[in-house]
Design a protein around this ligand. Structure first.
Ligand SMILES: Cc1ncc(COP(=O)(O)O)c(C=O)c1O
Length: 404
């Protein structure tokens, strides 16, 4: 049977809600760190579907996990549990500070669960006064109404009517600013160990230790949003492991499923126990297909060989970007951690990050932006070194074209 319409970009405007503005390029297949479009034009993938495809496209172990589980059972709901969910939860608990896991389907849902849990914990342990949530300006935690309000860009949360209340924002990497807001009425502080969407801005080690100390002083829960930084992205299994600070709640998604939608909230038993039966839930959370794929991702990412190589690959990026910058003098800073790297555009190119993204695409390279002034790279954690070199070559060519 053939469809009586053509599948091209124009159809998006006809049939899709206009909250996105995708490129004219429509990818149809991928392998490792390469992607091909409808015209069979090849792209090197430095974007990873926004820090999601942590093992590239169609990794054989993930394809096998999906096919194997796909022939067993797809969905049971949370009226029943299932083997892949239990296996994945056990592995996460054994590998991290956490004693309990809640599964959901996205980063926003993991954060929504974390925030609801923190509020419930504070209400039951301390009373109604302890409901303030503090997060950080430029932070990003998802698009549900609670998480987008906790996120630090009012432009994303304005225009939808009354917002969830008692949420304040401090300056990132500014402990005094947090000190001025926090009190015994604070229920939780939510923070990204490195602000991804907010411009690829790592937290200073001393700042993050200070945040932990202030939470301890005021009996507030510390929630690490590791949706973007987790599962190897920054070169540690979770970023907290390299910071010498342990959160009370951690959220994970994106790379956790390597491209299959899944989210998770991790915490300790004495906090988890406040989400009693019926207080929260999700039809699909802990879906067997998602958990089987995430378990396969876990088994690969948690090995020392893969984790140890992330920083070597990151160095290739940093060296390559510095070499490009030495020639073209475009960036004021190249920063990040592990394979989450940002290149900040100089004064002359302010606001044009998206134009660089489009120029790269025309040369066969997928990159990301983080705001209007930062070009962001979040490739597969196992991207072959040759693909890094070839992608950087294409990036340089696109820059040469763009600034001509
Ligand atoms: C740090 C962080 N938290 C939460 C989210 C939201 O995740 P999702 O889009 O899966 O809901 C994102 C997405 O970019 C993120 O970067």
């Amino acid at each position: 049977m053939s469809d009586h319409f053509s599948i091209e970009r124009g159809l998006f405007d006809d049939v899709m809600v206009p909250n996105y503005s995708p490129s004219a390029v429509i990818p149809v297949r991928g392998q490792g760190s390469r992607v091909w479009d409808q015209q069979d034009f090849e792209y090197i993938d430095f974007a990873g579907g926004i820090a999601v495809s942590s093992l590239g496209h169609c990794h054989p172990a993930l394809v096998t996990a999906l096919k194997t589980q796909g022939e067993k059972i797809w969905h049971v709901s949370n009226l029943l549990t299932n083997e892949p969910a239990l296996r994945l939860a056990k592995k996460l608990v054994d590998r991290t500070f956490a004693e309990k896991v809640y599964f959901c389907n996205s980063g926003a849902e993991a954060n929504e669960a974390a925030l609801k849990l923190a509020r419930r914990w504070a209400l039951e342990v301390h009373g109604e006064h302890k409901s303030q949530i503090i997060a950080f300006k430029q932070g990003f935690h998802g698009r549900t109404f609670f998480t987008v309000t906790v996120g630090g860009q009012a432009a994303y949360s304005d225009g939808f009517g009354p917002k969830p209340a008692n949420i304040d924002h401090a300056e990132y990497n500014n402990l005094e600013s947090l000190k001025a807001l926090i009190s015994d009425n604070t229920c939780a502080v939510m923070i990204e160990p490195l602000q991804g969407e907010g411009g690829v801005v790592p937290a200073d080690a001393e700042f993050i230790k200070g945040v932990r100390a202030l939470c301890d002083q005021h009996n507030a829960l510390l929630i690490f949003d590791e949706v973007q930084t987790g599962f190897g992205r920054l070169g540690e299994f979770y970023a907290y492991m390299g910071l010498g600070v342990t959160p009370d709640i951690l959220t994970s998604a994106k790379g956790l499923g390597g491209g299959f939608p899944i989210g998770a909230m991790l915490t300790k038993t004495n906090i988890a126990k406040h989400l009693t039966i019926g207080t929260h839930g999700s039809t699909y959370g802990g879906n067997p297909l998602a958990c089987a794929v995430a378990e396969a991702v876990f088994d690969i990412i948690s090995t020392d060989e893969v984790l140890a190589d992330i920083n070597n690959k990151a160095q290739l990026f940093i060296d390559g970007l510095n070499a490009i910058n030495a020639k073209y003098n475009l960036f004021t800073e190249i920063r990040g951690k592990g394979l989450l790297i940002g290149a900040e555009l100089s004064e002359q190119y302010q606001g044009q990050a998206i134009s660089f993204l489009n120029a790269a695409m025309a040369e066969g390279l997928l990159v990301l932006v983080a705001g209007a002034n930062v070009i962001r790279f979040a490739p597969s954690l196992v991207i072959p070194d040759e693909d890094i070199a070839l992608g950087l070559e294409r990036f340089e060519r696109s820059i040469a074209n763009f600034i001509k």
